[in-house]
Design a protein. Structure first.
Length: 559
């Protein structure tokens, strides 16, 4: 802004302050911000009008698909409840002319903020409206967006709705984890005591496993984990103090913890699956529109406005149920406030509801590792008729989080889930190997991380159009086989369900190969290549390298 403009603005604000020493407080609950970006007339001097709009020079460029954050300063002392009594809305115009309306949020003190993830390269213009019951103040500006190494948000791959891609078309195969994010040691920092590669604990104490968030996330990101489930209130901090018709109150320190969490996760390559509520969402049995549900939707607006630029998935609640009217109205509010149209889920899962985009069960089980692939495939196939992507939003063992075979079970489940077109989010309890519970989570130590690394190397760039196909393998009394096929790629996964001590011998696999290319066999435990041959498109019978537990095949023209 030019010096004269800044001086003029200051004079206007001072004049307004002189007219009314103590401005009358706006109506706290009944005010609803205007949906359109058209400023309403100023009816009282509570807000000083803007000078004639003159867009500021372009600011420093930001990367495409990263987050543009802008801070606005307005006097919060004029409001008994600044979260409910005033609203910031910013309208962004993309280089193509597309208009995106994004809600801002109150961030404490005299500060309001807006966060926006641009999807186009070029010059963006913005127009803001800060409004309360008395009127609106407007500002404008612009910034540049340049190319970056980011790929955009996670989207359903429409030609094959059981798979995901990013905005730029990059295939995305989720392998997620979650962990506690509450301030268990009362240090004032919920991110300084992650459990990591612990062993058996004397007297069940947390000993020798406490590390900081950066070290923790670096280890799992390096292993290929690419999704984090943030469960606010579920072994985590709560963002709201009160949700009520008389006005909502939110916790500022916890909100800033949330900021730190999502920015750190995205910086380390994790996508975010965010819970809005936990076990007991407010007014969840309401069946009609009401002041109670209006309060719930105001919190949804705050949560979405604050975090949508970082999040990829919304989950309405955790291991709870609500009336169908509650689901419908709250999901509709999420869609209204979210400018990026992130998919919506809930737990307990309700895939029968049209407002839910994902099938999101929780699954804890400890079976014989000889059955792990079979129970995984059967569970996923039972959910496929809903026609929606399948993402287990909690997964782990039952009884105890670790035993001598749990890593093998984890590997077999994860590989089978990929071939059955589903994703897993593991609840990690790597602080120790002796956590006992009905839902006992899982220990994700060095061995387990190595298995995920091998799987993610195998799936990288694999054609999301590939769908499950029948695979014919010899020795069906010993081996179960799974396959994926598209016009451009073929993959198979074979599991020895009879013997995990001795190698197989002389197995054969019959495959209808869609492309001419390299047929490469992989060891799922290590990612090592076990054999390569070049074959033409068509029907082939391939000799399977000897293996003990499992083996995988991939054929693409690129190889």
């Amino acid at each position: 802004m030019q010096p004269r403009m800044a001086l003029f603005t200051l004079v206007v604000w001072l004049m307004a302050a002189c007219v009314v020493a103590t401005p009358p407080p706006p109506s706290p609950v009944t005010f609803t911000p205007a949906a359109s970006p058209t400023a309403r007339p100023i009816s009282s001097p509570t807000l000083a009008p803007s000078p004639a709009l003159s867009p500021t020079p372009p600011e420093i460029a930001i990367g495409r698909y990263t987050v543009y954050e802008r801070t606005f300063e307005y006097p919060a002392a004029w409001y008994a409840n600044p979260w409910d009594e005033a609203a910031l809305t910013v309208t962004f115009t993309a280089p193509s002319g597309v208009v995106i309306v994004v809600g801002g949020f109150y961030d404490g003190g005299d500060t309001w903020k807006v966060r926006f993830a641009p999807s186009e390269v070029g010059r963006y213009r913005w127009w803001s409206q800060f409004a309360d019951a008395s009127g609106a103040r407007t500002d404008a500006g612009e910034f540049m967006v340049i190319e970056s190494g980011e790929h955009g948000f996670v989207r359903v791959y429409e030609p094959n709705r059981f798979h995901w891609v990013l905005d730029d078309g990059t295939p995305y195969y989720p392998i997620g984890l979650q962990d506690c994010t509450n301030d268990r040691d009362h240090s004032g920092d919920p991110f300084d005591d992650f459990g990591f590669d612990g062993g058996f604990r004397p007297h069940n104490l947390h000993i020798g496993s406490k590390i900081d968030m950066d070290t923790y996330l670096n280890a799992y990101a390096a292993a290929g984990f690419n999704l984090w489930r943030w469960t606010a209130e579920n072994c985590g901090f709560r963002l709201w103090e009160r949700i009520a018709p008389e006005g909502n109150l939110y916790r500022q320190q916890e909100a800033h913890w949330g900021d730190r969490l999502v920015t750190t996760l995205r910086a380390k390559g994790f996508r975010i699956y965010a819970n809005i509520f936990a076990f007991d969402p407010p007014f969840r049995h309401e069946t009609e529109d009401s002041p109670n549900l209006d309060a719930v939707k105001r919190y949804v607006r705050y949560f979405v406005n604050r975090y949508a630029a970082y999040v990829d998935f919304w989950e309405l609640m955790n291991e709870a149920t609500a009336s169908e009217a509650w689901y419908a109205r709250v999901a509709e509010a999420v869609r209204d406030y979210d400018p990026y149209d992130h998919p919506i889920a809930t737990s307990w899962e309700r895939p029968d509801l049209a407002v839910m985009d994902i099938v999101s069960p929780h699954w804890y089980q400890t079976e014989s590792e000889f059955d792990s692939d079979r129970v995984t495939a059967e569970r996923i196939r039972s959910l496929r008729p809903f026609g929606k992507p399948i993402l287990f939003s909690e997964h782990g063992n039952s009884g105890v989080n670790w035993d001598e075979r749990s890593a093998t079970r984890m590997r077999l489940r994860a590989w089978t889930a990929f071939f059955e077109q589903a994703g897993l989010i593991f609840w990690n309890s790597s602080f120790g190997k002796d956590y006992a519970a009905g839902a006992a989570n899982i220990y994700l130590g060095p061995e387990e991380r190595g298995y995920v690394r091998a799987l993610q190397a195998f799936t990288a760039g694999f054609d999301p159009a590939a769908k499950p196909v029948s695979v014919v393998a010899s020795a069906p009394e010993q081996v179960r086989a799974y396959g994926l096929r598209s016009r451009d790629a073929y993959a198979a996964y074979l599991v020895n369900f009879a013997d995990h001590a001795n190698p197989t011998s002389g197995l054969r696999l019959t495959a209808d190969v869609p492309v001419t290319g390299a047929a490469i066999w992989y060891d799922p435990a290590t990612g090592e290549r076990l054999g390569t041959s070049f074959i033409s498109a068509g029907q082939h019978t391939l000799t399977v390298p000897d293996f003990v537990t499992d083996i995988a095949l991939k054929i693409t023209a690129d190889e």
